[in-house]
Write a protein that binds this ligand. Structure first.
Ligand SMILES: [Zn+2]
Length: 272
């Protein structure tokens, strides 16, 4: 295979100091999102704040954008806006985002993106997740003493624009798409419309390679995403390599079962 071209950009290409809020005033999710949108509106990076807020909340209610470890990446796709607009807010007290791990969110990175740039959005998302998954990086962010220091840390985040075939982030989102597609098979005409809308919203966020593979698997087997429980793929019952499984456990990335080819999502037994 050809080696893909590697292009590196930095978060500072998209994030300027005045798009960072050192300590968010808001105490809940919707307020915090609005506080960050106000920042973007003030910088004239977005036009239709109301519409964007609605889009973000709609998306948020589908599957939380909290990626765990106190980090959330709320986002919306908006046709009218320029390219990509990013705002970052930190919260000392933490904000409830319905995170998978039950943790409050202390860092919110809000992204408004234009549908003509799905690739850019995906790479930003993957790059941020890769950086924030490391405890030492999150520690630095939370220890920052002021806005300048916080910006310095954030601006150095690297994005590697490289095509990765096996890993895409947001495994839970893909699983949600599967749930919706399965529901659609039995849904009434009334329900169809809403489900279709939800499916479309999710599809916008994935590269077409992932989606066409997903659709092929759905058509062939009736499902495309399998749980990985305690190192075993629940579709083929074969052990996943230890290395892959431990990487999966710490992330929301999607891996492909090397045996049966299904997308794998880590389904740890939740302690509730
Ligand atoms: Zn398998």
């Amino acid at each position: 295979m050809d080696k893909p071209a590697l292009h590196i950009s930095l978060f500072s290409d998209y994030l300027k100091p005045n798009q960072v809020v050192f300590d968010l005033k808001s105490k809940d999710k919707v307020e915090a999102i609005e506080e960050l949108l106000d920042v973007l509106a003030k910088q004239k990076l977005i036009v239709n704040k109301k519409l964007i807020l609605t889009r973000i909340i709609d998306r948020e209610s589908l599957v939380t954008t909290a990626i765990g470890y106190g980090v959330a990446l709320p986002h919306a796709r908006v046709d009218s806006e320029d390219q990509i607009a990013v705002a970052v807010g930190r919260s000392d007290k933490g904000i409830d985002f319905d995170a998978h791990d039950g943790q409050k969110v202390h860092l919110i990175i809000l992204v408004v993106w234009n549908p003509t740039l799905p690739g850019l959005f995906n790479h930003l998302f993957a790059g941020l997740a890769r950086f924030l998954i490391k405890p030492e990086n999150r520690g630095r962010i939370m220890a920052a003493k002021d806005k300048t220091e916080l910006y310095e840390i954030l601006s150095g985040i690297e994005f590697r624009f490289i095509h990765e075939e096996k890993i895409v982030s947001r495994a839970r989102l893909l699983k949600k798409l599967q749930e919706i597609e399965l529901k659609r098979k039995k849904a009434s005409k009334e329900q169809q419309k809403e489900l279709q809308k939800q499916a479309a919203m999710i599809r916008e966020e994935f590269d077409k390679d992932v989606l066409s593979r997903f659709d092929r698997l759905m058509e062939r087997y009736g499902f495309a995403v399998a749980d990985a429980v305690e190192g075993v793929c629940q579709s083929c019952n074969i052990n996943i390599s230890t290395q892959m499984y431990s990487a999966m456990e710490e992330s929301n990335d999607i891996y492909v079962c090397e045996n049966c080819g299904k997308y794998l999502v880590s389904a740890k037994k939740k302690k509730k």
